[in-house]
Write a protein that binds this ligand. Structure first.
Ligand code: 5RP
Length: 299
């Protein structure tokens, strides 16, 4: 991120996130969600496993701005084999309707924004899917991205406000996504700012990127559950290490796309990430699982 004027961000020095002190959640298992209405809690309990408090979301909404990106050229072929291993789907309305059988009973986090593609400024978005249509398609949550520090920051916040306001009316939670432009630095200061802004506007959970240094302060400073995006494709061992580190530092799960569907063996990768998210598997144990599942398939 360009050098931020510290007087505008509350100053960098002397912050106390009390990392390690649990954010109490009386009466409901999810951070910051105790005072939500029943319908919201019920939908969140489909997205997050109440036993572990975590979720493995599969993101495959990339085509809404990237077109037929690698791994998603044929969503009807690449996504269904993964469905048994993930908790929740994050996708576009068209992707869901055309490629996912309606018998699949997984909660859906519906991508509601549109208006920009990789050919233009990605922050220049509007809302393209109404909350009513998301309900009609039986979504469990709405989502849009927020581009803090980008040319259309205000518009993306306004899109998020739409989702939250309309979702509140209908009992649908909203996932706020921190989209990070190329010119921004993915550090704890920037991500912490973006996540906090999103949570204070009223988003019910937040998706952000992992950062090596200070990710625990990003989580501690965000009063709702934080899930991480996978980002660009990494070697499988590295992606599992990132997921492990994020969970260890308080992430409530992952919303992973390319690092699952572009893996050498996507089905094995989904199971390995699942072990990290729900079984507290170490990165090594998860990678060993990945290799053994991959080997079994080849035999
Ligand atoms: C972009 C998104 C995408 O769904 C998400 O980031 C893609 O997941 P991955 O980075 O793991 O491929 O929310 O705003």
């Amino acid at each position: 991120m360009p050098d931020v004027d510290k007087s505008k961000t509350g100053g960098e020095e002397r912050k106390d996130f009390s990392v390690g002190v649990r954010h109490e959640t009386p009466g409901f298992f999810l951070k910051g969600s105790a005072h939500l209405p029943w319908g919201m809690k019920n939908r969140l309990s489909r997205i997050f496993n109440p036993k572990t408090g975590r979720t493995l979301m599969l993101a495959f909404d990339h085509g809404y701005m990237m077109g037929p990106t690698s791994g998603l050229e044929r969503m009807d072929l690449s996504i269904p084999p993964l469905l048994d291993y993930v908790d929740c789907l994050m996708c576009s309305r068209g992707g869901l309707r055309t490629c996912i059988p309606p018998e699949v009973n997984k909660p859906v986090v519906m991508r509601c924004s549109t208006g920009a593609t990789v050919l233009k400024d990605l922050s220049n978005e509007v809302i393209g899917v109404t909350a009513e249509d998301a309900v009609a398609i039986n979504a469990s949550a709405l989502t849009t991205q927020v581009c803090i520090g980008a040319p259309y920051e205000k518009e993306t916040l306004s899109n998020l406000a739409y989702c939250i306001n309309e979702g509140n009316r209908l009992g649908l939670p909203t996932l706020g996504v921190t989209a990070v432009g190329k010119e921004m630095v993915r550090d704890a200061r920037y991500l912490g700012l973006a996540c906090r802004v999103i949570a204070e506007l009223g988003a019910h959970f937040v998706k952000t990127y992992y950062c090596e240094k200070g990710f625990d302060t990003v989580v501690a400073g965000t009063p709702v559950p934080v899930v991480i995006a996978g980002g660009k494709k990494l070697p499988e061992a590295e992606a599992l290490k990132m997921a492990y580190n994020a969970i260890r530092q308080g992430a409530a799960g992952v919303d992973m796309g390319r690092n699952i569907f572009c893996a050498d063996d996507p089905v094995a990768m989904a199971q390995a990430v699942r072990a990290v998210v729900h079984e507290n598997a170490s990165a090594k144990k998860a990678y060993d699982l990945y290799l053994s599942l991959q080997k079994r398939k080849k035999q």
